[in-house]
Structures are given as C-alpha cells and as structure tokens.
Design a protein around this ligand. Structure first.
Ligand SMILES: [Zn+2]
Length: 673
C-alpha cells in the first residue's frame, strides 16, 4: 500500500458582517469530520478556517456600531473562534485577512498578476451593489441589483481590472478535463453555462472606501474583497513569505485537496479563483465541494415559531456530538436540508440514545454482570449462522462506510453504520442473552460468551468508524470497551476479529441520556432569550436591509394616510409579516408588470401575484427570500388568486419596486415583528 500523503482541506473564511449561525457550523463541522478521518487514515492533514474582514460592508457596519472596522472585525472574528473552541473543532490554523501574513501574501499575488500582464488599469463607471461588493450589469442609476435586488449605487472610478475574459477557454478546458473539480454535478453544470455565456474583465480594486488591502504601489486603491478573501487559502500556508519554513509549508500543502463551500459562493470559487491561480501560474485546487443550505422549520410542538439559528442552544442541551451527528445525518450532502427541534430530538432519541447508546450500554453491562467485566472468549463450538451474519455485515459495513465517506456522502455513510447498529440490537433481542445467563450448563455459558463477544466486536467497529463524526461520545465508548485512547486506533486496518480477549472493561455508564419534550421547551426558551439579547445589542449588523414598511407595488396604491396618524402596537400585530422563499416565478400572460410567484412560507406554499415584472426577471427571483403579508385576504389579479402580498420599497415617481430583504440569513417562515 502507498504511504498516504498530505491532505489540505478548507472552509470558506466567514465574513464578519454576521455572527456565527448554524449554517457556518454546518460547513465547519463537515470539514472537521473529514479532517479527523483523514488524520485517522494517516494523512498529513491540514485543516484551515478563518474570517474575511475587509470591504465596504464591514466599514459601514463598524460606523453603525460606533467602533473602528478593526475593532468590529476583532469582535466578530473572536465570536467564531470562541464557538469553534467550545465545539473542540480540530482546525490546524485560523486565518484572518487583517493579519500581516495575509496582507503580505495578497500583495505578492497582486504584483505577480500585474507582472504577468493579467491586471491592468482602466476606468469604470457603472452600478455597484454594496451588499454583494460587485459591479452589476444594470444601466440605470439606483436600479436593483440582479443578484440580490437591493438598490445599486452609481460609481465612477479608476480601477484595476483582471483579464477574466482571457480565461474563458482555459476554464472550460479545466471543467471538461476534471469532472471532479466541481461537485456535485448540478453546480458544475451551472458554472459551465455561466462561463459559456461569456466572461468580462473583473474590476479588482476600489477607491470608494479604504477598509481593505492597499494595491502595492498605488495605495489609494484597495484590493477587491473577493480576491482578498480567496487568497487566504494560499497566504495561510505561507504564500508570499520569504521565510524558508513558510516556503516549505506552501510546497507541502498546496494545492488544496478540498475547498468546501456553500452553494451561494460557487461562482467565486469555481470561476474567479481558478482564473486568478492560472494567471499566476499556481497549481489549482483538486476539488471544490458545494453543499446545500440548511432551511428551518418551525417546531411542531411550539406555538411560537422559535427558529433556531445558533449552535449554542444545542451545545447547552444535547451537546456537540448530537449537533454534529444531526447535521451530517439529516442533510443529504449537496442538497438542502431542513432543521427543526423536533427532528433534532427525534434523531437523538432514535439513533443515538436508542440505537448506539442501547447497543453500548446493554452489551457492556451484560459483560460486566456475567463475565466480571472481561471480554469473554467466543467458543468456536458455540457459534451459529447468526454470529457469522453479524461478522459479514460488519465487514461489508466497513467497506461501504469508507467508500461513501470518501464521496462526501456523510448521510449515507451514517445510515450504513446504523444498519449494523440496528442488526446487532436485533441479534441481541432475538438471542436473549439474559435468559442464557440464568442457565448453569456449559453450553449455555459458551453461547452467552459468543453472543456478547460478537456484540462487543460489532460495537467496537461502529465506534471506530463514526469517531470522526461524534468524537466525544465514541471516545467514551472506546474507554468503556477497555481499549484506552481512541486516537491511537488504526482505522485503515480496521477489520472484524481484532477485539483482544479478556480485555478489562472500563467503568460502564450511559453515553446518551434520553431527551424528552422538556428538552425542546428548554431549547426554545434559550433561543428566545438569546434572540432577545441579540436584539438588545446594537452591533448594527443585524438590521434588515430594507424595512417592510413601504407600500407594496401590487395593487393601485391608495394615497398615503396622513403621517401624524399613529397606530398602536396591537394594530401592527394584526399584520402578519413572514419571511418566504420564492420557489416558482413566471410572467403573467398579457400583464407586463405582473409576476406569478409561488412562495414557501415554511408551513405552506402560497401563490402571490406581484407587480414587479419590470424590475425583476423571474428566473433571478427563484430561491430569494422575500417578505410576505401572510394574512391579507386573497384577491384576484388577472384571473389569478393572490394569497398574500410581497413587501417592497417603491422608488421614484414610477414606483420602481425594490424587494425587502435581510443582510443576515433568515429562516423561511420567520415572523417580522
Ligand atoms: Zn446585490
């Protein structure tokens, strides 16, 4: 067998305009699990995460929070590190884009791109979206951004441009020759069609604000925040440093084996990043894996729609392993998954408490009781076909688990492992070892030993396989099995029949206490308290981009009521505003202003007819989160029933609509109040 080499895996670096939420946890846990397993497979593994701290959005958020951009970045970046430390994530390095090592490396990369003729100076006048930090392809001043719908700003500036247009051919060649470069397939197809539609040169500097890395030799320009952010993957491992130690590290680990990302940043990673690297003549990452989104459901047990967005609540109640297991088991990697307290508690009870927890505690406590806490000898004369079936299934489980995990199919790999858990639990129930224990004869005693040995061996195998996913609880089971320190386990050599006879068990105790209805209530309570705290703090980053108070553009708008007419909070409470997500959007025949939308409100899907066709192309709206007046009486527009109204600002004399939206990720179904 070849000696395993190195393995370099990264999360995206998280933008410090928002605090860590469960979506960040999901990506980071997935990478942590892969990194842990690669280390167990004896790879020289390097796992990088970090924070992205420059750009106009951060500069503005700092102003709103009344502090300097650096202070603002320090605070939010600190929150990420605190959470990851609390979860005991195994990252090897945490890069911040405000660190000298990054600034030095970024400037070296910029210089290299200039020297090679891929960056040139030009001038630009056009519409700029502050939210996306992108120049966008619209012409009218103030027109909505085609990416996010927020109003754009007119910007005229001298800019440095990257010759992205020269990269169309090389990029398409890359995607064709390396089908695994972008996974899953659906993302790959999107990227290919985006590149085929033509690439224009990309502006890679700004002069309209100063919170960024200065362009070397022309310091009134700062480097475009996406170029700055993407470069972290090389600057963190020593790119641009003259120190021989750094040079060696860069040569050791680059190119990355996996950049794991969310699907919303595919274009930056799969188009811009390889283009920058090719232009700089640097090796390309081997693979970019895009996962789906975590959507939120309301808890069925709750009257209030408590949407969990923070990991801390789960850590405080069910622990880090439960959160890790849930995220990787419940969500088919690559697709979208949904999150609710109910689903979390159900998974915990079914798979962890009843499944693995039961297997562990009944096997180990019977060995303690009947064999004085020593793994018994499985007499060959006392074996039957059912014992062999468990051994065969275990061998098959090892092979399948490895294969699925290597394809990032975490959910299927865990399903495979739990197939063995269920089979052994069934085997125990069918053979009733407790009944055999009551008999005194030699045969019964030999049979009992064989059954308990078989069960303990299967438990050892499952525990070893799933250790990267639930590191804490498997370490405890391993100790109870009397096997000592699980980090010394030889995962590549894992096979049936390695459990040493007469191993003395450790102290046996339950690893997963059952959760009850009270657990859900406690979590909801904690979420509400946390939400209250967050609202009380004025960090400025959690304000919605547009407040849902503007008139809707759908129906002819009545003259505005006199502004001195105030309403009470109870009047306002009558209006049910909810976050929805557009699933379907299409033009309404014969009405050039109207779009027919199907909007997911979490609990149901509504048809809404909205007068926004002139400002929004239907295909750009799909997937977008919008604000819906959910309790408006239905009415008919052009023969179509509109079940609710979409909230938008109305700009200028023509009432150009701009949809209300949020700067932070908000769960579908959340109520605005
Ligand atoms: Zn935008």
């Amino acid at each position: 067998m070849d000696k395993p080499g190195k393995y370099y895996i990264t999360t995206p670096i998280y933008y410090v305009n928002a605090r860590p939420h469960i979506g960040h946890t999901y990506t980071t846990v997935a990478c942590d699990t892969v990194a842990r397993r690669q280390r167990m497979m004896r790879y020289d593994t390097w796992f990088l995460t970090g924070t992205d701290e420059h750009g106009q959005k951060i500069e503005r958020a700092a102003v709103a929070a009344g502090c300097s951009p650096q202070e603002f970045a320090d605070r939010v970046s600190g929150e990420f590190r605190q959470l990851w430390e609390r979860m005991k994530l195994s990252y090897d390095d945490f890069i911040r884009t405000t660190e000298p090592r990054h600034i030095r490396g970024m400037q070296a990369l910029f210089k290299r791109l200039m020297e090679r003729g891929y960056i040139y100076k030009g001038s630009y006048s056009g519409q700029y979206c502050v939210f996306d930090e992108l120049y966008v392809d619209v012409t009218e001043p103030g027109a909505p951004c085609p990416e996010c719908g927020r109003p754009t700003e007119t910007v005229k500036e001298e800019n440095y441009f990257f010759k992205l247009s020269a990269m169309e051919g090389p990029l398409l060649k890359l995607y064709t020759e390396n089908p695994d470069f972008i996974r899953p397939e659906a993302r790959r197809n999107e990227v290919i069609s985006f590149v085929r539609s033509g690439l224009r040169d990309l502006s890679v500097s700004r002069t309209t604000f100063s919170w960024g890395i200065p362009v070397p030799g022309d310091e009134k320009h700062v480097i475009y925040v996406w170029l700055d952010a993407l470069a972290n993957y090389i600057t963190a491992i020593g790119y641009g440093s003259d120190d021989p130690k750094d040079k060696k590290k860069f040569e050791r680990y680059w190119p990355a084996d996996v950049h794991m990302i969310g699907k919303e940043i595919v274009r930056f990673h799969c188009v811009y990043w390889p283009a920058f690297l090719m232009a700089a003549e640097l090796p390309l990452p081997k693979s970019i894996i895009a996962h789906g989104w975590l959507l939120f459901e309301e808890s069925k047990m709750s009257k209030s729609r408590g949407n969990i967005v923070r990991s801390e609540t789960i850590l405080d109640t069910l622990g880090a392993d439960t959160l890790r297991y849930f995220l990787l088991r419940e969500i088919v990697f690559g697709g979208d998954g949904s999150f609710s307290f109910d689903a979390l508690v159900q998974r915990f009870n079914a798979d962890l408490a009843n499944g693995l927890g039961n297997l562990s505690s009944r096997t180990l406590s019977m060995i303690t009781r009947y064999f004085d806490g020593e793994i018994p000898y499985p007499s060959p004369g006392a074996r039957d076909a059912s014992d062999d079936a468990v051994a065969e299934l275990a061998a098959k489980t090892i092979a399948e688990f490895h294969a699925q995990f290597e394809q990032f199919q975490f959910s299927r790999a865990l399903e495979t492992a739990w197939g063995l858990v269920a089979a052994v639990n069934k085997y125990i129930v069918e053979h009733e070892p407790w009944a055999l224990a009551e008999k005194e004869d030699q045969d019964s005693r030999a049979r009992l030993a064989t059954i308990l040995h078989t069960s303990a061996e299967a438990l050892r195998i499952v525990t070893a396989l799933v250790h990267p996913v639930i590191p804490e609880s498997t370490a405890r089971i391993w100790e109870q099995l009397g096997l000592g320190d699980i980090s010394k386990l030889n995962l590549p050599g894992l096979a049936w029949g390695q459990l040493p006879l007469h191993t003395k068990l450790g102290k046996v105790e339950a690893v997963f206490p059952r959760a009850d209805k009270g657990t859900i209530e406690r979590m909801q309570q904690m979420e509400q308290e946390r939400a209250g705290q967050a609202a009380a703090e004025t960090t400025g980053e959690s304000k919605p981009a547009a407040l849902p108070t503007a008139a809707a553009p759908v129906a002819p708008v009545a003259p505005a009521a006199p502004t001195n007419n105030t309403i009470t909070i109870d009047d306002f409470a009558k209006v049910e505003l909810r976050v929805g997500q557009v699933k379907v959007a299409e033009k309404v025949k014969g009405a050039d202003k109207l779009l027919r939308l199907e909007v997911d409100l979490g609990t149901e899907t509504r048809q809404v007819v909205a007068g926004i066709a002139k400002a929004y192309d239907p295909e750009k709206l799909i997937g977008r989160k919008v604000v819906i007046v959910a309790n408006l009486a239905p009415r008919k527009l052009r023969g179509l029933e509109s079940q609710g109204m979409i909230v938008a600002a109305s700009l200028g004399d023509d009432g150009v609509p701009v949809l209300a939206g949020f700067l932070e990720d908000v769960p579908v179904g959340a109520r605005l109040k």
